[in-house]
Design a protein around this ligand. Structure first.
Ligand SMILES: [Zn+2]
Length: 410
């Protein structure tokens, strides 16, 4: 029993996308939907209604995530994403993953198929981190936050997450969800947020791994001196060393890590940051992310090699601190295989891609096999009102997702 893109009710999908885009619509055409804002609750309750109408048992877990499932017993083959957005974001990031999962399960149910394992659809709260904390709904679900950390979560206005949660009136009852043992597979469809699929003319990308972001802080210490009176050979210019490093980092990233990782200096601060003073100290960030752990290790070594060489030459010293480290998450082999077979069955061409952005699937991989499926988005753009995915690519992605879910659920 296979689904092809023609089996997808694309009119229904587009109506649902259009309906959700009204919740939090900005004058610019973008969407602002912060977690637990009235717009977010409306969008989530609306989605819950659609799940209910499709025949799913619907409820909210203790964190505020929305779940619908075909049966209560057994380990779930679960798919979904998130309905919260960045400020003035688009209408596909996250939303499409929820609606795609709903459509896939609806197609399966409408065809009268019963699966050995139950099927589920989920919408996580607070993936974007625009209000409380990034990837929060899935992080809470899989038990990656302590009670103290949860109690400390608050938005910029000082509203605590736990207080905001307790004040919401969801339109469906609370549900018990055993994330630790209750999930057999987690599948997430998402727009690519890059241009590789679009450039290649591929409707679908099977994600091989989700890159893990690492944030390093580098402090270069030299000596503050008079910018006019100090000869070049006497200077210990921390900002000059940082500038050399930034250029060298890019060269290294392109030469050694193309296709395997990305490296970026995005923030810099010179001290004393005064026009007529050689910078005594310069602090900057390095964001580096790799498709696999070995590459991440090579990058860490590469960064230090560059710093040693440049700082010795500029007669300055350096210190590094890894502020944040996330290991890359490889896709579970059997899920990847299910996507690939699902694409072949659907007659949909695909290619392998790395996810360079973080997603809820990274957290779900802690408790379950997890793997992502990408579809192209126009010009690779996301987190903007211009975000757009073509209906034919959406249909292709949903057909592949539905085939994978059927295969995995048996
Ligand atoms: Zn997203």
């Amino acid at each position: 029993m296979v689904f092809t893109p023609a089996d997808v009710n694309i009119a229904r999908v587009q109506t649902q996308l259009e309906t959700l885009s009204q919740f939090g619509r900005q004058p610019s055409g973008g969407v602002t939907r912060y977690t637990f804002s009235p717009e977010h609750v409306q969008a989530t309750n609306q989605t819950a209604d659609w799940m209910n109408r499709a025949g799913l048992t619907v409820g909210y877990d203790r964190w505020g995530n929305l779940i619908g499932r075909t049966r209560q017993d057994g380990r779930l083959v679960l798919s979904g994403s998130h309905l919260d957005s960045v400020p003035n974001g688009g209408n596909y990031d996250g939303v499409l993953g929820v609606i795609a999962a709903l459509e896939a399960v609806t197609m399966i149910l409408e065809r009268g198929l019963t699966t050995q394992k139950p099927l589920g659809v989920i919408s996580f709260i607070e993936e974007e981190g625009a209000r409380f904390h990034g990837l929060m709904g899935s992080k809470l679900a899989v038990g990656r936050m302590s009670a103290d950390e949860i109690a400390a979560l608050q938005d910029r206005a000082g509203v605590r997450y736990e207080d905001a949660l307790s004040q919401i009136r969801f339109s469906y009852p609370a549900t018990d969800m055993d994330y630790q043992a209750g999930i057999d597979a987690f599948l997430e469809l998402h727009i690519e947020q890059g241009k590789r699929l679009e450039t290649a003319g591929m409707p679908v990308g099977v994600v091989t791994s989700i890159a893990g972001p690492n944030f390093m802080q580098v402090a270069i210490t030299g000596q503050a001196d008079h910018a006019g009176a100090t000869e070049y050979e006497d200077r210990h210019d921390s900002l000059l060393a940082a500038a050399e490093f930034i250029v060298a980092l890019r060269e290294m990233a392109v030469e050694r890590f193309t296709g395997r990782g990305h490296m970026t200096v995005g923030r810099i601060e010179a001290q004393p940051n005064v026009t007529n003073v050689v910078a005594g100290k310069t602090i900057f960030s390095v964001d580096y992310r790799a498709a696999d752990e070995q590459t991440a290790d090579e990058m860490t070594v590469g960064i230090h090699d560059l710093l040693r060489e440049i700082c010795a030459r500029q007669r300055v010293t350096f210190e590094t601190a890894l502020v944040h480290q996330t290991a890359p998450v490889p896709a579970a082999d059997r899920l990847r295989a299910a996507y690939e077979q699902g694409a072949k069955d659907a007659g949909v061409p695909y290619q392998h891609v790395v996810s360079w952005a973080a997603h809820d699937a990274m957290n779900m991989a802690v408790v379950s096999d997890a793997a992502m499926l990408f579809i192209p988005c126009r010009d690779g753009r996301s987190h903007t009102p211009e975000e757009y995915a073509k209906p034919e690519d959406i249909a292709a992605g949903i057909a592949v997702l539905a085939n994978a879910m059927v295969a995995l659920a048996g």
